[in-house]
Design a protein around this ligand. Structure first.
Ligand SMILES: Cc1cc2nc3c(=O)[nH]c(=O)nc-3n(C[C@H](O)[C@H](O)[C@H](O)COP(=O)(O)O)c2cc1C
Length: 170
C-alpha cells in the first residue's frame, strides 16, 4: 500500500470492541513504529506508557471520556530536559512526541486496528493517577483496539479543507 493510500485509510475510531484484546505482536509493532519516529537531534525525549491492565485502563477512563471502550491506551509524555532546545529557547519535546503519536495511529491503521488521538483529558488527574509520569510533560493519550462492528468514520473525517485553503506556493 502506498503511503497516501495508508493515510487515506486511517480514521478516528470512537467505538471499540472491548471484548477483543490487541495481540502482543501488534502492540510490539506499534512500539517499534514509535521508536522509528524522527526527533530533533534524534534525542527521543519521550516516554510511552502502555495501559493494558484493567487497573490502568480504569484510570484512563477516569481521565478522559474519549477511550470509547478501547482495551488499550498509550500515554505519551516527554522530558523537557532531554529534548532539543533551539537557540531561542524553543523546546522540541512536544513536536517529537507528536510525531511519535502520528506513527502510533498510522501503524495501528496498517495493522487493521482502530485508534483515537485523545487531547481531551484531565492533565492534572492523569498525573495524580499515574505518578510514574512525574518529571514528564504529557502530550496525548491514544486509545487503540479493534473497532466495533458499527464503528464508522465521523463526518469530520471527510470534511478536510481543500489544498487551496492550506497551501501557498511562494
Ligand atoms: C491533537 C489531536 C487531538 C485530538 N483529540 C481528540 C479527542 O480528545 N477526542 C476525540 O474523539 N478525537 C480527538 N482527535 C481526533 C480528531 O477529532 C480527528 O482526527 C479529526 O476530526 C479528523 O477525523 P479523522 O481522524 O477521522 O480523519 C484529536 C486529533 C488530534 C490530531
Amino acid at each position: 500500500m502506498s503511503f497516501l493510500d495508508m493515510a487515506k485509510a486511517r480514521w478516528t475510531c470512537r467505538d471499540y470492541d472491548p471484548a477483543k484484546p490487541v495481540e502482543q505482536e501488534k502492540i510490539d509493532a506499534i512500539l517499534q513504529a514509535i521508536a522509528l519516529a524522527p526527533t530533533a537531534k534524534n534525542f527521543q525525549p519521550f516516554r510511552v506508557w502502555v495501559a493494558q491492565s484493567d487497573e490502568a485502563m480504569e484510570k484512563v477512563r477516569q481521565v478522559t471520556p474519549c477511550s470509547y471502550g478501547a482495551p488499550l491506551a498509550f500515554i505519551i509524555a516527554y522530558s523537557a530536559d532531554e529534548a532539543f532546545l533551539r537557540g531561542d529557547g524553543k523546546n522540541f519535546g512536544e513536536i517529537d512526541a507528536s510525531i511519535a503519536g502520528t506513527h502510533i495511529i498510522l501503524e495501528a491503521s496498517d495493522l487493521g486496528l482502530g485508534s483515537t488521538w485523545i487531547g481531551a483529558y484531565d492533565a492534572a488527574k492523569l498525573h495524580e493517577l499515574f505518578p510514574e509520569l512525574e518529571g514528564y510533560v504529557d502530550v496525548a493519550l491514544f486509545a487503540v483496539g479493534y473497532p466495533s462492528a458499527s464503528a464508522q468514520p465521523s463526518p469530520k473525517h471527510s470534511a478536510s479543507k481543500s489544498l487551496d485553503d492550506i497551501v501557498t506556493f511562494i
